[in-house]
Design a protein around this ligand. Structure first.
Ligand SMILES: C[S@@+](CC[C@H](N)C(=O)[O-])C[C@H]1O[C@@H](n2cnc3c(N)ncnc32)[C@H](O)[C@@H]1O
Length: 215
C-alpha cells in the first residue's frame, strides 16, 4: 500500500503538526539556504507543513505538493489557505511515479518520508529527474522524523473517541503493511538505476538525507 489510508489521515496529520517547529522548520531552513526563488515540487506532501514552512521563509518561492491521499491533500489546501499562502502553495492529488507536469518544470524536487512508501522508487526518481530543470537538485529525507520526534503521549492524549478507535486499528494495518526502511546498499542501487548524480548522502540510524543533481 503506497498511500496513507484515508482512515488514518487525520491522526497522521496530528502527529505531523506536533513536529512543525522541531522538524519541518529545520528542513525548510536547509531548503531556503539552497534556493531563494523558483518553483519547488514536494512529493508525498501529506498535510503540507513542509511547503508552508518553506513559503513562509522565501517570498520568491512557489510550491506544488502532490499526494495520493485525497484527505491529506484537502487538509494541506486548508492549511495553506489558513496561512494566507494559497497563492504560492498549491496541492493536488497525484502519483509521484507518474506526474502530470511537463519536462524541466521545477527548480527543486523535495520529499520527506515518501521514498520508503513508494512501490517503484526507481520510477519515482526518474520522474523527478524528468520534471527537474537542468542543474537542479532533488532532496529526499527518508523516513520523515515524525514518529521519532512527536511527543507520542501528547499525540495520543489529543485523540477523541473516534480517533482512539481508529488508532486501535493501527497494529493491524502495520501487520498487513509492514514498514520498510532502506539500507545504504539498497539506496545506492536505486540511485545507480537513474540518471541522477549523487551530490550528498547522510545517514543517521535508519534516516537518510539524499541530495541528487540533474547534470
Ligand atoms: C510518511 S508520509 C509523509 C508525508 C509528508 N511528506 C510529511 O513529511 O509528513 C508519506 C506520504 O507519501 C504519500 N505517497 C506514497 N506514495 C506516493 C506516491 N506514489 N505518490 C504520491 N504520494 C505518495 C502517502 O500518501 C503519504 O502521505
Amino acid at each position: 500500500m503506497e498511500k496513507i489510508p484515508e482512515l488514518f489521515a487525520a491522526i497522521y496529520e496530528k502527529a505531523t503538526r506536533l513536529v512543525v517547529e522541531t522538524y519541518y522548520t529545520e528542513v525548510a531552513d536547509e531548503v531556503v539556504s539552497h534556493l531563494k526563488s523558483g518553483l519547488i515540487l514536494d512529493l508525498g506532501t501529506g498535510p503540507g507543513y513542509l511547503p508552508i514552512q518553506i513559503a513562509k521563509r522565501a517570498a520568491g518561492i512557489s510550491i506544488r505538493g502532490v499526494d495520493l491521499s485525497k484527505r491529506l491533500i484537502r487538509m494541506a489546501q486548508l492549511n495553506a489557505l489558513g496561512e494566507g499562502l494559497d497563492n504560492r502553495v498549491r496541492f493536488e492529488i497525484g502519483n509521484a511515479s507518474n506526474l502530470r507536469f511537463e519536462d524541466e518544470t521545477f527548480d527543486m524536487v523535495l520529499s520527506t518520508g515518501m521514498l520508503h512508501m513508494v512501490k517503484d522508487p526507481v520510477k519515482m526518481l526518474r520522474e523527478s529527474y524528468r520534471v527537474l530543470k537542468q542543474g537542479a537538485e532533488a532532496w529526499f529525507y527518508d523516513p520523515a522524523q515524525v514518529s521519532s520526534r512527536a511527543n507520542s503521549k501528547k499525540w495520543k492524549e489529543s485523540f477523541g473517541l473516534r480517533e482512539r478507535m481508529i488508532y486501535a486499528l493501527f497494529p493491524l494495518y502495520q501487520r498487513i503493511n509492514p514498514s520498510h526502511s532502506y539500507t545504504r546498499t539498497e539506496i545506492d542501487k536505486i540511485i545507480s538505476a537513474t540518471p541522477f548524480n549523487l551530490t550528498e548522502i547522510e545517514q543517521k540510524g535508519k534516516e537518510f538525507k539524499i541530495k541528487l543533481r540533474k547534470e
